[in-house]
Design a protein around this ligand. Structure first.
Ligand code: 2HA
Ligand code: ZN
Length: 279
Protein backbone atom coordinates (compact mmCIF):
# COMPACT_ATOMS: atom_id res chain seq x y z
CA UNK A 1 0.00 0.00 0.00
CA UNK A 2 1.00 3.61 -0.59
CA UNK A 3 -0.94 6.84 -0.29
CA UNK A 4 -1.41 6.61 -4.06
CA UNK A 5 -3.70 3.62 -3.45
CA UNK A 6 -6.09 5.71 -1.32
CA UNK A 7 -9.28 6.43 -3.26
CA UNK A 8 -9.49 10.15 -2.58
CA UNK A 9 -5.91 10.63 -3.82
CA UNK A 10 -6.66 8.60 -6.94
CA UNK A 11 -9.85 10.58 -7.61
CA UNK A 12 -8.00 13.87 -7.13
CA UNK A 13 -5.25 12.82 -9.57
CA UNK A 14 -7.84 11.68 -12.10
CA UNK A 15 -9.56 15.08 -12.00
CA UNK A 16 -6.24 16.87 -12.59
CA UNK A 17 -5.57 14.64 -15.57
CA UNK A 18 -9.09 15.08 -16.95
CA UNK A 19 -8.57 18.85 -16.86
CA UNK A 20 -5.24 18.49 -18.64
CA UNK A 21 -6.86 16.32 -21.34
CA UNK A 22 -9.50 19.03 -21.89
CA UNK A 23 -6.78 21.58 -22.71
CA UNK A 24 -7.58 23.83 -19.73
CA UNK A 25 -4.11 23.64 -18.12
CA UNK A 26 -1.31 24.92 -20.33
CA UNK A 27 2.05 24.93 -18.55
CA UNK A 28 1.33 25.60 -14.83
CA UNK A 29 -2.15 27.03 -15.49
CA UNK A 30 -4.93 26.26 -13.04
CA UNK A 31 -5.12 24.76 -9.58
CA UNK A 32 -7.28 22.37 -7.56
CA UNK A 33 -7.96 22.09 -3.83
CA UNK A 34 -10.06 19.54 -1.96
CA UNK A 35 -11.16 19.76 1.69
CA UNK A 36 -10.72 16.22 3.00
CA UNK A 37 -13.33 14.30 5.01
CA UNK A 38 -12.12 13.17 8.48
CA UNK A 39 -12.12 9.51 7.39
CA UNK A 40 -10.02 10.38 4.32
CA UNK A 41 -7.48 12.15 6.54
CA UNK A 42 -7.26 8.99 8.67
CA UNK A 43 -6.73 6.82 5.57
CA UNK A 44 -3.84 9.06 4.51
CA UNK A 45 -2.34 9.75 7.95
CA UNK A 46 -0.10 6.62 8.00
CA UNK A 47 1.75 8.12 5.02
CA UNK A 48 2.17 11.63 6.45
CA UNK A 49 5.72 12.90 6.83
CA UNK A 50 7.15 15.05 9.62
CA UNK A 51 5.11 18.27 9.16
CA UNK A 52 6.82 21.34 7.69
CA UNK A 53 6.75 24.75 9.39
CA UNK A 54 3.53 26.80 9.68
CA UNK A 55 3.32 29.37 6.87
CA UNK A 56 1.06 32.42 7.18
CA UNK A 57 -1.49 32.74 4.34
CA UNK A 58 -2.35 36.44 4.58
CA UNK A 59 -6.05 35.49 4.86
CA UNK A 60 -8.06 33.55 7.40
CA UNK A 61 -11.34 31.64 7.58
CA UNK A 62 -12.06 30.46 11.09
CA UNK A 63 -14.59 27.82 10.00
CA UNK A 64 -11.67 25.94 8.37
CA UNK A 65 -9.48 25.64 11.49
CA UNK A 66 -7.86 22.19 11.68
CA UNK A 67 -9.00 21.13 8.18
CA UNK A 68 -6.78 19.22 5.71
CA UNK A 69 -6.62 20.09 2.01
CA UNK A 70 -5.19 18.29 -0.98
CA UNK A 71 -3.65 20.95 -3.24
CA UNK A 72 -1.74 21.31 -6.46
CA UNK A 73 1.72 22.86 -6.10
CA UNK A 74 2.75 26.37 -7.07
CA UNK A 75 4.36 26.36 -10.52
CA UNK A 76 3.50 22.68 -11.03
CA UNK A 77 2.01 21.42 -14.28
CA UNK A 78 -1.34 19.56 -14.31
CA UNK A 79 0.18 17.45 -17.05
CA UNK A 80 2.69 16.03 -14.56
CA UNK A 81 0.29 15.25 -11.69
CA UNK A 82 -0.43 11.71 -12.88
CA UNK A 83 3.25 11.09 -13.71
CA UNK A 84 4.81 12.51 -10.54
CA UNK A 85 2.20 13.15 -7.82
CA UNK A 86 4.72 13.43 -4.94
CA UNK A 87 6.31 16.55 -6.45
CA UNK A 88 3.16 17.99 -8.06
CA UNK A 89 0.52 17.82 -5.30
CA UNK A 90 0.42 17.62 -1.51
CA UNK A 91 -1.66 17.67 1.64
CA UNK A 92 -1.63 20.70 3.95
CA UNK A 93 -3.04 21.06 7.44
CA UNK A 94 -4.60 24.35 8.61
CA UNK A 95 -3.76 25.67 12.10
CA UNK A 96 -6.17 26.48 14.96
CA UNK A 97 -6.29 30.18 14.08
CA UNK A 98 -7.08 29.21 10.45
CA UNK A 99 -4.49 31.62 9.07
CA UNK A 100 -1.57 29.29 8.26
CA UNK A 101 -0.84 25.97 6.54
CA UNK A 102 1.86 23.34 6.90
CA UNK A 103 2.71 20.49 4.55
CA UNK A 104 2.09 16.98 5.91
CA UNK A 105 2.51 14.98 2.69
CA UNK A 106 3.83 15.51 -0.86
CA UNK A 107 5.03 18.79 -2.45
CA UNK A 108 8.46 17.20 -2.37
CA UNK A 109 11.56 19.15 -3.31
CA UNK A 110 10.59 22.35 -1.45
CA UNK A 111 7.38 22.87 -3.43
CA UNK A 112 4.57 25.03 -2.01
CA UNK A 113 0.77 24.96 -2.36
CA UNK A 114 -0.68 26.74 -5.41
CA UNK A 115 -0.06 30.49 -5.75
CA UNK A 116 -3.86 30.83 -5.65
CA UNK A 117 -4.12 29.11 -2.25
CA UNK A 118 -5.42 32.34 -0.60
CA UNK A 119 -8.28 32.48 -3.16
CA UNK A 120 -9.00 28.78 -2.78
CA UNK A 121 -8.95 29.03 1.00
CA UNK A 122 -11.30 32.01 1.17
CA UNK A 123 -13.61 30.42 -1.38
CA UNK A 124 -13.68 27.22 0.69
CA UNK A 125 -14.49 29.26 3.77
CA UNK A 126 -17.42 31.04 2.10
CA UNK A 127 -18.77 28.07 0.13
CA UNK A 128 -18.53 25.77 3.14
CA UNK A 129 -20.54 28.32 5.14
CA UNK A 130 -23.28 28.85 2.54
CA UNK A 131 -23.63 25.11 1.76
CA UNK A 132 -23.62 23.96 5.41
CA UNK A 133 -20.29 22.18 4.94
CA UNK A 134 -21.23 20.38 1.69
CA UNK A 135 -18.74 22.21 -0.56
CA UNK A 136 -15.37 20.43 -0.67
CA UNK A 137 -13.85 21.27 -4.06
CA UNK A 138 -12.53 24.54 -5.49
CA UNK A 139 -11.25 24.27 -9.06
CA UNK A 140 -9.52 26.95 -11.11
CA UNK A 141 -8.88 26.40 -14.83
CA UNK A 142 -8.15 28.38 -17.99
CA UNK A 143 -10.91 27.20 -20.37
CA UNK A 144 -10.37 29.14 -23.60
CA UNK A 145 -13.93 29.75 -24.77
CA UNK A 146 -15.04 31.20 -21.45
CA UNK A 147 -11.96 33.43 -21.39
CA UNK A 148 -12.72 34.60 -24.94
CA UNK A 149 -16.23 35.66 -23.84
CA UNK A 150 -14.69 38.06 -21.31
CA UNK A 151 -13.41 40.17 -24.23
CA UNK A 152 -16.78 40.71 -25.86
CA UNK A 153 -19.47 40.76 -23.16
CA UNK A 154 -19.97 43.38 -20.43
CA UNK A 155 -18.34 42.01 -17.25
CA UNK A 156 -21.52 41.47 -15.23
CA UNK A 157 -23.10 38.42 -13.65
CA UNK A 158 -26.30 39.20 -15.53
CA UNK A 159 -24.73 39.30 -19.00
CA UNK A 160 -22.65 36.17 -18.49
CA UNK A 161 -25.41 34.19 -16.85
CA UNK A 162 -27.95 35.00 -19.58
CA UNK A 163 -25.48 34.26 -22.38
CA UNK A 164 -24.49 30.90 -20.84
CA UNK A 165 -28.02 29.84 -19.84
CA UNK A 166 -29.22 30.51 -23.39
CA UNK A 167 -26.34 28.73 -25.14
CA UNK A 168 -27.25 25.21 -23.96
CA UNK A 169 -30.57 24.01 -22.62
CA UNK A 170 -29.23 22.17 -19.56
CA UNK A 171 -27.23 25.14 -18.23
CA UNK A 172 -29.98 26.63 -16.04
CA UNK A 173 -30.37 23.22 -14.39
CA UNK A 174 -26.61 22.85 -13.81
CA UNK A 175 -26.01 26.37 -12.47
CA UNK A 176 -29.41 27.82 -11.47
CA UNK A 177 -27.88 30.58 -9.33
CA UNK A 178 -25.95 31.87 -12.34
CA UNK A 179 -22.30 32.86 -12.56
CA UNK A 180 -20.52 35.76 -10.89
CA UNK A 181 -17.84 37.89 -12.53
CA UNK A 182 -14.63 39.30 -11.03
CA UNK A 183 -13.09 42.14 -13.07
CA UNK A 184 -9.48 41.83 -14.21
CA UNK A 185 -7.15 41.81 -11.21
CA UNK A 186 -3.57 40.75 -10.52
CA UNK A 187 -3.69 36.99 -9.78
CA UNK A 188 -2.14 35.21 -6.83
CA UNK A 189 -2.76 37.68 -4.02
CA UNK A 190 -5.11 38.39 -1.16
CA UNK A 191 -7.00 41.18 -3.02
CA UNK A 192 -8.29 38.87 -5.76
CA UNK A 193 -8.96 36.26 -3.06
CA UNK A 194 -11.27 38.63 -1.20
CA UNK A 195 -13.03 39.82 -4.36
CA UNK A 196 -13.62 36.24 -5.52
CA UNK A 197 -14.90 35.06 -2.17
CA UNK A 198 -17.44 37.92 -2.15
CA UNK A 199 -18.75 36.70 -5.52
CA UNK A 200 -18.76 33.13 -4.21
CA UNK A 201 -21.17 34.12 -1.42
CA UNK A 202 -23.83 34.16 -4.14
CA UNK A 203 -22.56 31.89 -6.89
CA UNK A 204 -20.76 28.55 -7.16
CA UNK A 205 -19.02 29.79 -10.33
CA UNK A 206 -16.81 32.89 -10.60
CA UNK A 207 -15.43 34.19 -13.90
CA UNK A 208 -12.01 35.86 -13.73
CA UNK A 209 -11.95 38.34 -16.61
CA UNK A 210 -9.28 37.59 -19.24
CA UNK A 211 -7.94 34.79 -17.04
CA UNK A 212 -10.21 31.83 -16.30
CA UNK A 213 -12.88 30.35 -14.12
CA UNK A 214 -13.38 29.20 -10.52
CA UNK A 215 -15.91 26.44 -9.83
CA UNK A 216 -16.95 24.95 -6.50
CA UNK A 217 -18.89 21.87 -5.55
CA UNK A 218 -19.43 18.98 -3.15
CA UNK A 219 -17.32 16.41 -5.01
CA UNK A 220 -14.92 16.00 -7.93
CA UNK A 221 -17.52 14.86 -10.49
CA UNK A 222 -19.96 17.69 -9.82
CA UNK A 223 -17.27 20.36 -9.83
CA UNK A 224 -15.54 19.07 -12.95
CA UNK A 225 -18.95 18.73 -14.60
CA UNK A 226 -19.74 22.34 -13.75
CA UNK A 227 -16.49 23.60 -15.32
CA UNK A 228 -17.15 21.40 -18.36
CA UNK A 229 -20.75 22.59 -18.77
CA UNK A 230 -19.84 26.28 -18.50
CA UNK A 231 -16.98 25.91 -20.99
CA UNK A 232 -19.11 23.92 -23.46
CA UNK A 233 -21.81 26.56 -23.31
CA UNK A 234 -19.16 29.26 -23.87
CA UNK A 235 -17.92 27.32 -26.88
CA UNK A 236 -21.42 27.23 -28.36
CA UNK A 237 -21.84 30.95 -27.64
CA UNK A 238 -18.61 31.71 -29.48
CA UNK A 239 -19.50 29.44 -32.40
CA UNK A 240 -22.87 31.17 -32.74
CA UNK A 241 -21.36 34.64 -32.51
CA UNK A 242 -18.61 33.91 -35.01
CA UNK A 243 -20.60 31.83 -37.51
CA UNK A 244 -23.58 34.19 -37.36
CA UNK A 245 -21.36 37.27 -37.30
CA UNK A 246 -23.22 38.49 -34.23
CA UNK A 247 -26.71 37.85 -35.64
CA UNK A 248 -28.87 35.42 -33.68
CA UNK A 249 -31.99 34.28 -35.51
CA UNK A 250 -33.55 32.45 -32.56
CA UNK A 251 -32.60 31.55 -29.02
CA UNK A 252 -33.87 30.12 -25.74
CA UNK A 253 -36.36 32.71 -24.46
CA UNK A 254 -36.89 33.80 -20.87
CA UNK A 255 -40.17 31.88 -20.89
CA UNK A 256 -38.30 28.80 -22.09
CA UNK A 257 -35.91 29.23 -19.14
CA UNK A 258 -38.87 29.43 -16.75
CA UNK A 259 -40.34 26.25 -18.28
CA UNK A 260 -37.04 24.39 -17.79
CA UNK A 261 -36.87 25.57 -14.17
CA UNK A 262 -40.40 24.33 -13.51
CA UNK A 263 -39.86 20.96 -15.17
CA UNK A 264 -36.54 20.30 -13.41
CA UNK A 265 -37.56 21.76 -10.06
CA UNK A 266 -34.88 24.43 -9.84
CA UNK A 267 -35.27 28.07 -8.84
CA UNK A 268 -33.59 30.48 -11.23
CA UNK A 269 -32.20 33.79 -10.06
CA UNK A 270 -34.97 36.23 -11.09
CA UNK A 271 -32.52 39.14 -11.27
CA UNK A 272 -31.35 37.75 -14.57
CA UNK A 273 -34.70 37.76 -16.40
CA UNK A 274 -35.81 40.43 -18.83
CA UNK A 275 -33.97 41.91 -21.76
CA UNK A 276 -31.28 44.48 -20.95
CA UNK A 277 -32.37 48.14 -21.19
CA UNK A 278 -29.36 49.03 -23.29
CA UNK A 279 -27.92 46.98 -26.06
O1 2HA B 1 -1.39 28.40 -11.11
O2 2HA B 1 -3.53 29.58 -12.93
O3 2HA B 1 -3.91 31.84 -11.62
C1 2HA B 1 -1.35 29.23 -12.18
C2 2HA B 1 -2.60 29.99 -12.29
C3 2HA B 1 -2.66 31.27 -11.55
ZN1 ZN C 1 -5.01 31.01 -13.42
Amino acid sequence: MSILDVKVIQDYIRMCNDGWLQGWHERNGGNLTYRMKPEEVEECRPYFQKPGPWIDMGVSGINLAGEYFITTGSGKFFRNVILDPEHSIGIVEINDRADSWRIVWGLEGNAKPTSEFPSHFMNHSVRSKVTNGKCRVIYHAHPPNLIAMTYILPLSAREFTRALWKSATECPVVFPDGVGVVPWMVPGGTEIARATSQVMEKYDVAVWAHHGLFCSGPDFDTTFGLMHTVEKSAQIYNLVMSSGQGRVRQTITDDNLRAIAEEFGVTLNEEFFGEPEID
